[in-house]
Design a protein around this ligand. Structure first.
Ligand code: APR
Length: 242
């Protein structure tokens, strides 16, 4: 990682009025949760066309719930890593105003981050596809094919492909994307919309976009692209903020 860049990024964060982060599955891989699109990611173990869409859950609920149970099991063992902790510290220091996460693992909150928007929902709860009743995920996990009192199929309270993002979450995320002057894009392939439009929107409104990814690929709109592990890069940035 280039020292000059880390120094410059810390300066930009210090000088900015409103800083937000968009995080993806890459922020949690160092906690032992696989991401989606890397070599060993979820979509290499489970075909996205068979498991990713809401219609897959509706047509083959037992098959898709079996996969979800594996994911939930892996998530439950995970604890926040240095990247989550660095972001929580950045917020405490007054340099990070909000996190928009695409993750459903709750690790930002466990690390102490307060202003977290769960763009794709969460895996703490289950929701009935018929009546909208919410249950704890534990209630769902006790059943082979989890069902509501009303008989409707339950799904984790998270967004599947083919489903809309909650309107309030969409509006508040787009609002802060437009108002931020620096945006951190961390451990995400930024391929899935509408989440991927958040940094595009920030950039379009003049924000500096800072990307950290272990693959070192550069999003076309990034002003800074740091190639490295978020668990190493973010603590370095935070150290410069103190
Ligand atoms: N440090 C930095 N980057 C990392 C690390 C790490 N420790 N681990 C993984 N990455 C990078 C990978 O190189 C990859 O570019 O994080 C990115 C993760 O991308 P995806 O697997 O596509 O995950 P994400 O962007 O969160 O996916 C978006 O897709 O399937 C859906 O709903 C799911 O919310 C998810 C959405």
């Amino acid at each position: 990682m280039e020292r000059r860049n880390i120094d410059e990024i810390a300066e930009i964060i210090k000088e900015s009025e409103y800083v937000i982060a968009l995080t993806g599955a890459g922020i949690s891989t160092e906690s032992g949760i696989p991401d989606f699109r890397s070599k060993d990611g979820i979509w290499s173990r489970f075909n996205i066309d068979e498991y990713g869409h809401i219609n897959n859950l509706k047509s083959e609920p037992e098959k898709v719930w079996n996969m979800l149970k594996i994911m939930i099991e892996e998530m439950r063992k995970a604890r926040p890593n240095k990247a989550h902790l660095a972001l929580a510290e950045m917020e405490r220091l007054g340099y990070l105003d909000a996190i928009i996460t695409q993750n459903v693992d709750g690790l930002h909150q466990m690390a102490g981050s307060r202003n977290v928007i769960e763009f794709h929902g969460n895996f703490r709860e289950a929701i009935c596809l018929e009546c909208g009743k919410i249950y704890s995920i534990d209630y769902a996990l006790k059943q082979r094919v989890p069902r509501c009192d009303c008989g409707g199929l339950l799904k984790p309270n998270a967004v599947f492909f083919g489903e809309p993002i909650d309107a309030k979450i969409l509006v508040s995320s787009f609002d802060i994307a437009r108002k931020c002057d620096a945006m951190l894009v961390l451990g995400t392939s930024a391929m899935v919309y509408p989440a991927a439009s958040i940094p595009e929107m920030a950039k379009g409104n003049g924000a500096t976009v800072i990307e950290v990814n272990r693959d070192g690929k550069m999003l076309p709109y990034s002003d800074y692209a740091i190639r490295g592990m978020v668990g190493e890069v973010l603590p370095e940035i935070v150290a410069k903020l103190k």
